[in-house]
Ligand binder design. Structure first.
Ligand SMILES: CC(C)(COP(=O)(O)OP(=O)(O)OC[C@H]1O[C@@H](n2cnc3c(N)ncnc32)[C@H](O)[C@@H]1OP(=O)(O)O)[C@@H](O)C(=O)NCCC(=O)NCCS
Length: 175
């Protein structure tokens, strides 16, 4: 079964509180993040309570065959540009999970009239993240202090639909 049939995105809910901290504190995710300290329970709870009440962003969990596998969010940065961040928290998720999750999320973001561009920041040495962004059509807009800035415009997203179709048509290994 393809990612298109097997994956959904749903809003983060109360049932994700512990899961998101456990995922975020995994070494491979901390090392890939712009802030790499271990997130304390108090710090996480403050963040989590805050996102549940905000209306200037969207916070989602991706599920594959009903199992939570990753988190992606975007926050309005300035008017028509939204900044996203994400990770695949389930280390056993099949290859292609990240691309499928982000493809679904881009469609969700660009379904909103006001959204004209998605911005991203990634550790410059995070080769998988850079590769994934560029595969999805993002272009590098700057680099400083080991941080890469990337951006995807609505026009470029519209022109890149064949790429997204391919990401969603992929069948996870083993299925
Ligand atoms: C980055 C991340 C989301 C990718 O998830 P994933 O499920 O492995 O993603 P996919 O399998 O869809 O795609 C990964 C792509 O990167 C490529 N890749 C993996 N490691 C790579 C590396 N070291 N160098 C270059 N490309 C690499 C893969 O080959 C694949 O590309 P392909 O499909 O064209 O072959 C996941 O590794 C993760 O959560 N990392 C930690 C957190 C993180 O980096 N978040 C992003 C911060 S901006």
């Amino acid at each position: 079964m393809s990612f298109k049939s097997a994956m959904i995105l749903r809003p983060v809910g109360a049932q994700d509180r512990i899961r998101l901290r456990d995922w975020r504190n995994q070494d491979f995710i901390r090392q890939a993040s712009l802030t790499d300290h271990k997130i304390t329970v108090d710090e996480h709870n403050a963040w989590f309570d805050n996102i549940l009440s905000r209306d200037d962003g969207v916070w989602c969990v991706a599920e594959l065959h009903g199992n939570p596998v990753g988190h992606v969010n975007a926050v309005m940065q300035d008017g028509d540009t939204w900044q996203w961040s994400f990770y695949i928290g389930d280390q056993n998720a099949p290859k292609g999970t990240g691309a499928a999750m982000l493809t679904l999320f881009l469609a969700e973001l660009f379904s909103r009239d006001g959204v004209q561009a998605i911005a991203a920041q990634t550790v410059a040495s995070n080769a998988a993240s850079r590769h994934l962004h560029e595969k999805l059509g993002f272009v590098v807009t700057g680099e400083a202090d080991d941080v890469l800035d990337l951006s995807l415009s609505r026009a470029r997203w519209q022109d890149s639909q064949a790429i997204y179709d391919a990401c969603l048509s992929r069948v996870p290994k083993g299925e």
